[in-house]
Design a protein around this ligand. Structure first.
Ligand SMILES: Cc1cc2nc3c(=O)[nH]c(=O)nc-3n(C[C@H](O)[C@H](O)[C@H](O)COP(=O)(O)OP(=O)(O)OC[C@H]3O[C@@H](n4cnc5c(N)ncnc54)[C@H](O)[C@@H]3O)c2cc1C
Length: 452
């Protein structure tokens, strides 16, 4: 029987779902799958993006773990495609590869001053509070007033993590250094800025409602943002999600504020135009232009400019994928160019045989974890149907890949290693009554995983 030796690069939800779907799919050939990730632990942004105070979503890890624990997928963590392993290596050992490398960097916000000291990308901050091993342990939380630019769920995650009292995060898996950093934060006001109106936001009702439940944090919304035009009124009447968002915001308009020690402000119709700085070059204010609805769901500038004094700014305007050596890349959209997951050479629009993509690197950084499943189904269908066009590897044996990694001195981690790290983190949390405390240091993660 024909056998498909498949490499999947990226052990986030997209990569794991792709492996699971292929193994369960009806097909006329055997399958053997190796999953590579440059992090020592699997699960991608579920471990290193989803906020620690969202245990229900973090719990998706249990379902992903069940897939891996079945035992028919090998994992090689701490292996970076592009340096530890190249496309030529994969061609030597596999019939095909699926890239599921996600999008981990911040999209740009091109306004003057955005490079100032005290101006950060949301992805960096998220990586810090989620204990990503490749980010500094210390985060400068010195500002009393902070701006968060963006109106999606990541903007709300960042705003919530900044405004929430550190003690209320103690039951979560946050690393000790993150608790200490947040505990010392002098923040009193977090201002979230969105270009459009309350009925055009990208965040979801659940994320919004959660803000109103934060202890000792007042939600501040401004009456001037709720003078809806016909288009906005129709959106509220015709879209259940917007209706709920509107209801939540309207309830906050009616709330008494002034008792809490921290405030979270939502500014709509506010288009950032410049990050202002003080004499030392540090962020001192966000300058924005007031916008108004254009009647068709968009906005236009009014020519009225305002400034809100802040000492730090976070841009949460989206994530962006990174190019992979030897693999086509669409610089404009930050994705691997593809047709339903079959990678395309952008020069001639022809399929690059043996190379596939799934998840955020396939369709861009939008959508929830669940969407990566339907994505993977589409990609896997093509992998199966392309059976005649796979690569013909010179060394397809499972042992040959292990030999290659070992010959290069790569300290890879395995599924057994993940179990060891998982147990170790749970044990670290136990004396403090916490579900887990994450290990942040990469060498320590690798050493624990390799039971060294
Ligand atoms: C801050 C934030 C919060 C979110 N919160 C939620 C939420 O609450 N609910 C929800 O449903 N969705 C949420 N999402 C969306 C969710 O995380 C994504 O839909 C999902 O993770 C995308 O899956 P992916 O597998 O494509 O990418 P990822 O999860 O990013 O996985 C990609 C994997 O590829 C690996 N990789 C990258 N480059 C290489 C390389 N060169 N070599 C080897 N490995 C590599 C990475 O280490 C990573 O493990 C959130 C996203 C963010 C950014």
């Amino acid at each position: 029987m024909t056998k498909l030796r498949l490499a999947i690069v990226g052990a986030g939800p997209a990569g794991i779902y792709a492996a699971d779907i292929l193994l369960k799919a009806e097909r006329s050939f055997d399958v053997s799958i190796d999953l590579f990730d440059h992090l020592p632990a699997p699960y991608g942004l579920v471990r290193y993006g989803v906020a620690p105070d969202h245990p229900r979503i973090k719990g998706i890890i249990t379902a992903l773990r069940d897939v891996l624990d079945r035992g028919d997928i090998r994992i090689f963590g701490n292996v970076r495609f592009g340096t530890d392993l190249t496309l030529d290596d994969l061609k030597q050992h596999y019939n095909a590869v699926i890239f599921a490398t996600g999008a981990v960097h911040d999209a740009d916000l091109r306004i003057p001053g955005i490079e100032a000291a005290g101006s950060y990308g949301a992805a960096e901050f998220v990586s810090w509070f989620d204990g990503h091993p490749d980010y500094p342990r210390e985060w400068p939380l010195e500002a009393e007033s902070v701006a968060v630019v963006g109106n999606g769920n990541v903007a709300l995650d960042v705003a919530r993590m900044l405004a929430k009292h550190a003690d209320d995060l103690l039951p979560t898996e946050i690393p000790a250094n993150v608790y200490d950093g947040l505990k010392a934060s002098p923040v009193t006001d977090v201002h979230v800025f969105g270009r459009r109106g309350p009925t055009s936001v990208k965040f979801t009702p659940l994320e919004l409602r959660e803000l109103g439940e934060l202890r000792d944090v007042d939600m501040v919304v401004y009456d001037e943002d709720f003078d809806y035009d016909d288009h906005a009124r129709e959106s509220v009447a015709g879209n259940k999600q917007i209706m709920v968002i509107d209801r939540v915001l309207q309830s906050w308009r009616a709330r008494e504020v002034g008792q809490a020690s921290r405030r979270l402000h939502l500014h709509f119709y506010a288009k950032p135009v410049e990050v202002l700085t003080d004499a030392s070059g540090r962020v001192s204010a966000l300058k924005y232009e007031r916008t108004r609805p254009d009647g068709q769901g968009g906005v236009v500038g009014t020519g009225e400019f305002r400034e809100t004094p802040v000492q730090a700014l976070y841009r949460a305007v989206g994530y962006f994928g990174s190019p992979l050596p030897g693999v086509p890349f669409d610089e404009k959209h930050g994705v691997i160019p593809n047709h339903e997951g079959q990678v395309i050479n952008p020069d001639n629009n022809e399929q690059v045989y043996g190379v596939y993509a799934t998840g955020w690197i396939k369709r861009g950084p939008v959508g929830l974890i669940g969407h990566t499943k339907s994505d993977a189904m589409e990609t896997i269908e093509h992998v199966i149907n392309d059976v005649g066009n796979w690569w013909t590897p010179a060394s397809p044996s499972e042992a040959s890949v292990v030999e290659l990694l070992e010959s290069r001195g790569i300290r890879y981690t395995t599924l057994d290693g993940w179990h060891a790290l998982d147990e170790h983190e749970i044990a670290l949390g136990e004396p403090e009554g916490r579900a887990r405390i994450k290990v942040v240091d990469r060498d320590e993660m690798v050493a624990v995983s390799r039971r060294e």
